[in-house]
Design a protein around this ligand. Structure first.
Ligand code: RAT
Ligand code: ZN
Length: 420
């Protein structure tokens, strides 16, 4: 049906973005068969590392050690008191908890943490996964799978049943960022590697990657890179990228995802909450993607300052697909600015958002909040076309939105969407 008025247009776009199921291309969520790796429930929500950082800002009296010695439940109590009772929870991470509790149907007027906890004791992980995926309207989530994690390796080794809603991504950070300590872990897994990359080391790293690709069937390999990531460079990291990651990505026909711009542990006392960001050199991205035009790269950058040049670089390299508003960018004002700019430069050849959820429940807020902004930006973009006399069919809008929320990813992979 042809859209006849601006009002109809806005209503249709908003509703379609709200109701189109999502493929969430980067999360830290796990299927139920991964046991303790799957985090869910209100105590996990409250102890999300984003909220831990915010709590310390209001509590100069609280020592880091004292906080870390508390049980998870005590930490959650303290965070609830500090961020939700002593102050109003309008930071994005706090607002996220409010959205989740509201979407679960809790009475927020009572602010009764015990009542929320009672619900989580009453439901099984399996039922909760079903409930959240349905409520969030997320059809597939991509996990972050770490073959260096002994607990997770055990889960893969035990051949636990696969859940088709949770797909794998092979994360290789230890290989590229911590080779000095990870080479010996590879050796323990039976690979003939040495610290100085001599002998058969590079071939053995390739064997390691191929073995894990065979076991996990990952959609891509992924790494987070520091803000001073350089390419080319005479370094262990770049040798492993050039001689292991790139050839294996090419052979397996899967992309290499680079998440660039992290400054790890600027405040180690904050543990997971202690990482920061820095502006990176877009030249490094330009050089690697143009050198390997037969390899696909998924790239997201953490600094706001890199966003425009990253979008322009994607215009020049079709093997580069920009994705998501990552981590410190996953805030409404920045999502709006970045999404608007990307759609203006790249049309719909972009993945506007991923959730980065660490806790299952967060799917509700990360997607609710992002969908609202993506919808708003699309209303403006389609509205501009409408004003210029371009008439749109509902089917065309539906197609575009399905692409933005998953189709673009699957087409880039060259694979059919298994949940389509
Ligand atoms: O967003 C986060 O939770 C970060 O701590 C990181 O996990 C980041 O997203 C990453 O994948 O390294
Ligand atoms: Zn992440």
């Amino acid at each position: 049906m042809t859209i006849a008025t601006k009002e109809q247009l806005n209503a249709f776009v908003t509703e379609t973005v709200r109701t189109t199921p999502v493929t969430d291309i980067h999360t830290h969520l796990f299927a139920e068969s991964f046991g303790d790796l799957l985090l869910w429930g209100v105590d996990e929500l409250l102890t999300y590392h984003y909220l831990i950082a915010e709590t310390f800002r209001f509590r100069p009296d609280l020592s880091y050690d004292a906080f870390w010695q508390l049980s998870k439940r005590e930490q959650a109590d303290l965070i609830w008191q500090t961020l939700f009772i002593d102050h109003s929870p309008y930071s994005e991470a706090c607002r996220g908890v409010v959205t989740v509790l509201n979407r679960l149907g809790f009475d927020l007027s009572k602010r009764d943490l015990e009542e929320y906890r009672a619900y989580f004791r009453s439901i099984s992980a399996g039922d909760y996964i079903d409930r959240i995926l349905k409520l969030a309207n997320v059809k597939t989530v991509v996990m972050t799978n770490d073959p260096f994690d002994a607990y997770e390796r055990g889960k893969w080794d035990s051949g636990a049943e696969q859940d088709p809603r949770f797909l794998a991504a092979l994360r290789v950070d230890p290989l590229l960022n911590l080779w000095d300590s990870s080479w010996s872990k590879l050796k323990e897994q039976g690979y003939e590697v040495s610290a100085d990359l001599s002998g058969v080391t590079l071939a053995e790293i390739r064997r390691f990657l191929k073995d894990w690709i065979a076991r996990m069937n990952p959609l891509y390999m992924a790494v987070s890179l520091p803000n001073d990531f350089a390419y080319p460079e005479d370094s262990v990291r770049v040798r492993i990228i050039d001689e292991c990651i790139v050839p294996v990505a090419r052979e397996a026909g899967i992309p290499f995802a680079m998440m660039i711009g992290v400054k790890r542990k600027v405040n180690p006392s904050l543990k997971d909450a202690g990482d920061s960001l820095g502006k990176s050199d877009i030249g490094a991205v330009e050089r690697i993607v143009s050198k390997y035009q037969d390899v696909k790269f998924l790239v997201t950058m953490l600094s706001r300052e890199n966003q425009h040049e990253l979008a322009v670089t994607a215009r020049k390299n079709r093997n580069l697909l920009v994705f998501g508003c990552w981590w410190f960018l996953n805030n409404p004002s920045l999502i709006e600015e970045i999404t608007r700019m990307r759609l203006e430069l790249l049309g719909g050849s972009v993945i506007p958002q991923h959730s980065d959820c660490r806790i299952l429940d967060q799917l509700l807020y990360k997607w609710d909040h992002s969908r609202a902004i993506i919808g708003k930006v699309l209303c403006d973009k389609y509205g501009d076309l409408f004003d210029a006399g371009w008439r749109l069919e509902e089917e065309e809008i539906r197609r575009d939105i399905e692409d933005l929320l998953g189709g673009v990813f699957w087409k880039f992979l060259g694979k059919p969407d298994p949940a389509a």
